[in-house]
Ligand binder design. Structure first.
Ligand code: DGJ
Length: 781
């Protein structure tokens, strides 16, 4: 709900309020963002200014205490006395000086879609407040748009700048959002990393000066996800105040957190200003991307729940909302480029038997693509690899009961390709300078409409020609040569590229609503809300090692729901870390996302096949919960002990908990498992999902249980372990919601003193999934 009371704007969601008001001089003073407040006179929230501060610049000669430096503002200018970093830098005939004051407002029902960028969808109860500010002398008009999503407790903000003057202007920076909050002992949590270690959470206290994250790679990047949190002093996963910020944008971004001398914290977020310039002719407007804000007084899990519900209801494209994501098999880690119809058919037959629903042909299917040095940009199938064509393969896969998907990397071109030979000028290139390659490839100039048309045509023909139901859209390098002759100013290249990319994706997908889109960029190099406006899921990382994934998926979980996180089970030892992990843990981690498998099924043992078949069946039985349930990290009433990770998903009736152990300690402590979100007074049964310990994990210990002595590394053992395994801890507990929340004392872990049917065989990297169901009748217990 949006209410305007005198000069105050009151934005209300179900559990939060966001208030600001006009000052006597027409600036917008931020009053409150936090728990829901009943509408009332907000005087107590205003900044008191009976006396001027030393060292301050006074805005109006007749109002000595009015210094913009000391007032929390909704959007600041330059040159008016506020010396914090400004969200706007536009050059006009008056330099960068800009003073934006209130001119008017209106309230509209629903969201207000941007024309040039993706923005969140509206829905029941959604309203937008548009406040117009202007600097008439500079000829600039700025519209601040606030969209209120009451059910999800989310507010989005964006800005549109219009040149209302007679002379051209040039934008050097236009943030989507500025938010000035009182410092509540904030910690900043950002999600950073690089290739194969994306989205790791890092904390640091807010302190004097400026902290910033951003990207200059052309994509939202694996270096810093655009999302960021501010966590109040005493908050944790379960209680306390926290704020979340994100951007519906997939390109170069920048977010800064600045603490000033008055104890005010300014968050600024939007397009990265480095190398950005946008000329604005008289009458023209520029739209900044949409920023997403959420507040929770129920800790970080409460904040994530709000972000997750918002993504599911307003970011995920309507056609994918609530749609269960299929269990996927992807050829990449099994075969890399070495694919052909025969090999893939073999893999597909086995995948189908295991219960897989969709088979994805990854890289290597088109002519000339034997490795990563050639052929990007071309779309002709390699007839030596697929003599009967892709369509015939899709039909064979369909006969096995699976749908089929294809990998593409449309934004790139290899120098050794038909496309490059025909159109060398279609790649981004600094005039007169040799191209800088990454993964032996160059970036197509999406500022060029001809390039966009080519992609739409080729992709459409590929999908329709063979009948694909799924596209994995990859992007495997950062942009370096950001220059295009197709934009009026080189500083426009990166943003125009993005605007056109969004359009290309829409032109490919809108006529094909049956196609499920998986986005990818060397893993999670473009994991953002902009991509999620078109994609059902994003490949979170090329790193499928489950222990690494605990950090990656946990980092992403602060901002993104499991329904958009693509997560696969792969071989062990892992191809990047050489870490050996149990098959059970590889599944237990991937299950908290959209499940897939991507390793060589030819070498699975009978026991592994049995285990995987059961994993997939279990996942399908609980898929709605894994993908769309309420996700929580940690345990109520206690911090997660070092070396452990606890995740849960619940829907009010059923709960699934993953209990992960990174590394084992000798004589491990007695583990407690506390479960959140259960109803007091209701009785529940907690059952560990049955899983197997493969015999090779036991090494020499097998001789303690084997009737005859065997060489643990010998042939006999090798044969036996293909067909026999040990059931892992058989555990069951019962109790009411409050009992389970206070913590179950779990069965003992193996520690070398014997074995019992209930023993949890965790060791290094072991884990267990627990299913928690209501006990309807006492004799069920
Ligand atoms: C990078 C992706 O992240 C991988 O999953 C795979 O698709 C390769 N590219 C193919 O080149």
């Amino acid at each position: 709900m949006i209410e305007v009371r005198d000069d105050a704007f009151l934005l209300q969601t179900r559990h939060t309020s966001y208030w600001f008001a006009r000052t006597a001089h027409g600036h917008l003073e931020h009053l409150h963002y936090g728990p829901l407040l009943p509408p009332q006179d907000p005087e107590a929230l205003r900044t008191k200014r009976a006396l001027p501060y030393g060292s301050s610049v006074v805005y109006a000669p007749d109002d000595e205490g009015y210094s913009l430096d000391a007032i929390p503002l909704e959007f600041s200018g330059i040159g008016q006395g506020d010396y914090r970093l400004s969200p706007i830098e536009v050059f006009t005939a008056f330099g960068a000086d800009v003073d934006l004051v209130y001119r008017g407002h209106r309230i509209r029902e629903g969201a207000t879609p941007a024309e040039t960028l993706p923005t969140a969808d509206g829905g029941p109860g959604v309203e937008t407040l548009e406040v117009t500010l202007a600097d008439e002398r500079a000829g600039l008009e700025l519209t601040l748009l606030y969209t209120v999503f009451p059910d999800e407790d989310v507010i989005t903000r964006r800005t549109v700048l219009r040149n209302t003057g007679a002379a051209p202007a040039e934008i050097a920076r236009l943030a989507s959002l500025q938010l000035d909050l009182p410092d509540r002992g904030f910690t900043i949590r950002s999600f950073d990393g690089g290739w194969i270690h994306e989205a790791h959470a890092h904390d640091r206290p807010v302190s004097s000066g400026v902290f910033s994250i951003g990207s200059t790679t052309g994509a939202s990047s694996n270096r810093h996800n655009p999302g960021l949190l501010l966590i109040a002093g005493d908050a944790d996963e379960h209680c306390g105040w926290a704020y979340g910020f994100n951007l519906v944008y997939s390109g170069n971004h920048a977010t800064s957190v600045e603490r000033d001398a008055h104890g005010s914290v300014r968050v600024r977020s939007g397009i990265q200003p480095q190398a950005f310039r946008w000329p604005l002719a008289p009458g023209e407007a520029f739209e900044a991307p949409e920023a997403v804000l959420a507040f929770s007084d129920e800790g970080l899990n409460g904040l994530s729940d709000r972000m997750h519900r918002f993504v599911r209801a307003h970011i995920t494209p309507e056609r994918y909302r609530g749609l269960e994501r299929p269990v996927v098999y992807n050829s990449w880690e099994a075969a890399f480029f070495d694919i052909d119809e025969k090999r893939l058919r073999g893999l597909a037959k086995q995948a189908a038997k295991l219960g897989v629903e969709l088979f994805v042909i990854d890289d290597g299917w088109f002519a000339g693509r034997g490795d990563d040095r050639a052929a990007l940009g071309d779309y002709a199938v390699d007839e030596r690899k697929f003599p009967s064509g892709l369509g015939a393969f899709v039909k064979k896969v369909a006969k096995l009961g699976m749908r089929c998907g294809i990998w593409v990397e449309p934004e790139m071109v290899s120098e050794d390709s038909e496309l490059y030979r025909a159109h060398p000028d279609w790649a981004l290139r600094i005039p007169g300078k040799p191209a800088r390659e990454g993964r032996h490839q160059q970036v197509l100039d999406l500022c060029n409409p001809e390039v966009c048309d080519y992609l739409v045509e080729q992709l459409g023909a590929l999908i329709d020609g063979a009948g694909f139901d799924y596209v994995k859209w990859d992007m495997n390098r950062h942009i370096a040569d950001a220059y295009s002759p197709h934009v009026p100013h080189p500083g426009m290249t990166a943003h125009r590229y993005l605007q056109n990319l969004y359009r290309v994706i829409a032109r490919v997908l809108e006529p094909r609503p049956h196609v499920l889109l998986e986005m990818c960029s060397s893993g999670g190099n473009r994991f953002d809300l902009g991509m999620l406006r078109s994609a059902a899921v994003i490949w979170a990382s090329d790193d499928t090692d489950p222990i690494e994934r605990l950090d990656i998926q946990q980092g992403l979980s602060y901002l993104y729901p499991p329904s958009v996180v693509s997560a696969h089970v792969s071989a062990s030892p892992h191809q990047q870390t050489l870490r050996d992990t149990p098959l059970s843990t590889r599944f237990n981690v991937a299950a908290f996302g959209c499940l897939g498998y991507e390793y060589d099924l030819d070498f699975l043992t009978a026991e592994e096949k049995r285990e995987i078949t059961e994993q997939i069946a279990f996942y399908k039985a609980h898929r709605t919960l894994f993908q769309f349930g309420r996700f929580r990290r940690g345990m109520p009433g206690m911090p997660t002990p070092a070396g452990r990770v606890v995740w849960q998903v619940d829907d009010g009736d059923t709960t699934l908990v993953g209990n992960f152990q990174r590394g084992v300690r000798a004589a491990p402590e007695r583990d407690l498992l506390a479960i959140a979100g259960l109803e007091p007074g209701i009785r529940y049964r907690v059952t560990a999902k049955p899983q197997r310990v493969m015999l090779e994990r036991l090494g020499h210990l097998v001789n303690h249980v084997s009737p005859v002595r065997v060489d643990p590394n010998g042939l006999v053992m090798n044969v036996v372990s293909r067909h026999r395994s040990l059931p892992d801890g058989v555990e069951q507990y019962t109790g009411t919601g409050e009992l389970l929340a206070s913590g179950i004392r779990l069965e003992l872990q193996f520690s070398g003193t014997g074995h019992h049917a209930t023993t949890r065989m965790l060791g290094d990297h072991g884990s267990t999934l627990y299913l928690i169901e209501r006990i309807e009748r006492e004799d069920d217990a």
